[in-house]
Design a protein around this ligand. Sequence first.
Ligand code: IMP
Length: 190
Amino acid sequence: MQLIFGTHNQNKVEEITKILPSGYVIKSLTDLNFNTEIEESGTTLEENALIKATSIFNIFKKDCFADDSGLMVNALGGRPGVLSARYAGNQKIAKDNTDKLLSELKGVNDRRALFKTVIALILEGNKYLFEGVIKGEISTSPKGQYGFGYDPIFIPEKHELTFAQLTMHEKNKISHRARAFKKLVGFLKS
Ligand code: IMP
């Protein structure tokens, strides 16, 4: 069975392919040569995941899913949240985003935060949402060389190291995205 994943990110495709039940084949937007940007105009991760999945379904008329993720910081009332990619500007520069966040949290003791992924699945015309969360805290300075985005400043709960100090394999065991992917796969298996 073919499922379209509304992404061009090959890492995400590989991550979910590893845990998919046999019989499922993932086609990414790159595989489908679909290069039009879908505007993420929602105000929540749920809305954005649904906007992406619905747009893809309307174009291809096939079973599909899309994800949206973000970092929510308690002391900032949940920011950057849905704006995580472009927190410091539309150029989406990870270092600018982490610098901005660290300067906003300067002197702030409550450093609790969480990463959240929402996946919207459209299967046989029905819509389903799956969510994965990892709690943690924001470090006082960036550390580590792996990963992307806010990884150098996010220390997952029960760990001493940032996401960027963990290997991709270690991060993928506990990440918000891995948890959401597992829920989607559990649903597809049931
Ligand atoms: P996306 O929905 O997966 O594209 O994630 C949106 C933005 O959230 C990314 O551009 C990053 O800034 C941030 N983000 C999401 N997941 C992660 C992660 O696992 N590590 C670091 N940053 C992330």
